[in-house]
Design a protein around this ligand. Structure first.
Ligand SMILES: Nc1nc2c(c(=O)[nH]1)N[C@H]1C(S)=C(S)[C@@H](COP(=O)(O)OP(=O)(O)OC[C@H]3O[C@@H](n4cnc5c(N)ncnc54)[C@H](O)[C@@H]3O)O[C@H]1N2
Ligand code: MOO
Length: 533
């Protein structure tokens, strides 16, 4: 199935229940996405666009069956969009405010985002250091035995047979006058004779004939009257003691890690140890952040009704933490043509816009998507904050995630739509939902999921719990900045002790930082130097 296939409109007349059944296929989810509020572009244009196929302020939405042309593959547009030809902003007063019940269920929206692309682009082979944060496209197979030779695990003496031992001096030490013995990195030495010992360092090759390594602190060297030295041990040195035999960890050709594993710092270390100079992995997705809003300042204190841009400084490093390449954010004026140009020219896999998703006079995202002929996959999600978030396909493998301007609403959109899409693009496995009981009650929205910042607490009486934080309003970042995770609070709220799904934040979850290749300096927004909130 191609990406284009996946994005087509649902078969005509398909109706799916709102709750999530097991195995709910993508098409069903997409049908749900468009049920009752999507209409095709041509239809919207002909019908005036103001109300066709989208919810109206009173809460009802027009019946979806009658006004929808039947052919599958029609481009679906979301509610609140204007028909082609109507200037952006011209019908702002008639634009429908966002309403909860028509929004997609939160889990469904995440699934649509995850499946908006069929998979990652083809893998590439890069130098080891460039692979951090990428996903292995091939199994990591040992290119050598590990260890690749019998290795001393301790500083001391390699001994042969039961003691006491006559102490040898390795041939290559003779010239130096020092007696360090066999050091790590040395070429093989001559075989050790039965009843002999030779000094050896941790990591050095154990000579042929050695039966054990005796730790330095366990042996005593005595000078013999007739010259020479003898090594005594108060205890036995059983065969194999403190020798790491060749191939103990793996044999050449053993599979060390499966394809699909995230390249973490530890994976880089293992790959290097196993002989790799390069790794074949899926490329990092490339994102571009467009910050919309004439009211935004990129430095200094808020003044004259203008406020600091909180999203540019937050989103780019957040994307880096998700293993995504993203240059410094671009700040665009509230102008429809500017946004159109930026979207039309962008070559990023995912363009992330902030602001302009609602129905205000300068909210240009929806009209611009229509102008571009984009296919809207998600247009509003039943989640608070952030419900006006959207996902659109600009081209078969290029998408736009529209984040609402309120900063915590933007975080919600990032976690709900951008993260699953980027995860698929990066070939990262979905994370198993993590759950913990709530330490305190959380109020719920009547219909929508709420995402509430929480910190983990661990005490003897309650074990690990998630404690909800204050300052979780849509415009506030004070809670999320202190949080370990976002709790997924079901409609109606949750009592203390209720186990809730938790979305871990990329710096507290298993995401590897992905910024090294992108260059943190390049992504440093505006030379950002401190928090304004
Ligand atoms: N008539 C209605 N109005 C609004 C509705 C609605 O249902 N009906 N929904 C509200 C909700 S919920 C949200 S969220 C916002 C979404 O608005 P936009 O995505 O269009 O964003 P803006 O209007 O541009 O900005 C909203 C708010 O956020 C501030 N903002 C924007 N960008 C930034 C930034 N980079 N850093 C900090 N703050 C930012 C902006 O100044 C506004 O205060 O719509 C509601 N309206
Ligand atoms: O999405 Mo809005 O208020 O829920 O921030």
């Amino acid at each position: 199935m191609t990406d284009g296939d996946r994005g087509g409109a649902p078969p005509d007349g398909l109706r799916v229940p709102r709750d999530e059944g097991p195995g709910d296929p993508f098409d069903d989810a997409l049908a749900l996405a468009n049920e009752g509020r999507g209409t095709v572009a041509a239809d919207a244009g002909a019908g005036g666009g103001a109300t066709g196929g989208r919810p109206v302020p009173g809460g009802e939405h027009p019946a979806s069956g009658g006004d929808r042309p039947g052919a599958g593959g029609d481009r679906v547009v979301g509610r609140g969009e204007r028909a082609e030809g109507i200037p952006s902003g011209a019908d702002a007063s008639a634009a429908a405010p966002r309403r909860g019940p028509a929004d997609l269920p939160w889990h469904t929206a995440r699934r649509i985002a995850a499946r908006a692309v069929s998979g990652p682009p083809g893998p590439t082979t890069t130098a080891l250091g460039e692979a951090l944060g990428r996903t292995l496209a091939e199994p990591l197979t040992a290119l050598t035995d590990l260890p690749s030779f019998d290795t001393s695990a301790m500083d001391g003496w390699a001994v042969s047979g039961p003691g006491p031992w006559r102490l040898d001096r390795p041939a290559d030490d003779a010239a130096t006058g020092a007696h360090p013995g066999i050091l790590a990195g040395h070429a093989p030495t001559e075989a050790l004779l039965d009843g002999h010992a030779v000094p050896i360092a941790t990591g050095a090759r154990v000579p042929a004939g050695a039966t054990a390594v005796l730790r330095r602190e366990h042996g005593e060297v005595r000078e013999l009257a007739g010259g020479g030295r003898r090594l005594y041990a108060p205890r036995l040195a059983p065969p194999g003691q403190d020798i790491r035999p060749r191939g103990q960890e793996c044999r050449r050709g053993d599979q060390l890690l499966a394809a699909g594993v995230l390249v973490t710092p530890a994976v880089l270390g293992l790959a290097a140890a196993a002989g790799y100079d390069e790794l074949t992995a899926y490329p990092r997705p490339r994102a571009e952040v467009l910050v919309l809003g004439d009211e935004l300042l990129d430095s200094g204190l808020p003044q004259d009704g203008r406020i600091r841009d909180a999203l540019g400084p937050m989103l780019v490093p957040w994307l880096h933490a998700l293993g995504v390449e993203a240059p410094a954010p671009r700040h665009l004026a509230d102008d429809a043509d500017t946004l159109y140009e930026a979207l039309a020219r962008s070559t990023a896999d995912v363009v992330i816009t902030t602001g302009g998703t609602a129905s205000g006079p300068v909210d240009h995202v929806h009209p611009t998507l229509r102008r571009l002929g984009a296919e809207v996959l998600v247009d509003g999600v039943a989640v608070r904050p952030g419900h006006p978030m959207l996902l659109a396909r600009l081209a078969p493998r290029r998408h736009l995630v529209g984040l609402p301007g309120n900063p915590l609403a933007a975080v919600s959109g990032l976690c709900t739509l951008a993260e699953p899409l980027l995860r698929t693009l990066a070939a990262r496995r979905p994370v198993e939902p993590y759950r913990a009981p709530l330490a305190a009650a959380v109020h719920g929205h009547p219909q929508d999921v709420r995402l509430v910042p929480v910190v983990y607490r661990d005490d003897e009486r309650h074990g690990l719990t998630a404690e909800p934080l204050r300052f979780h309003g849509p415009a506030m970042l004070r809670g999320i900045a202190a949080a370990d995770a976002l709790a997924v609070v079901p409609p109606g709220g949750a009592d203390p002790g209720t186990e809730l799904e938790l979305l871990e934040l990329p710096w507290s979850a298993g995401w590897a930082p992905g910024s090294s290749a992108a260059g943190p300096a390049a992504g440093a927004p505006y030379g950002f130097s401190g928090g304004a909130e």
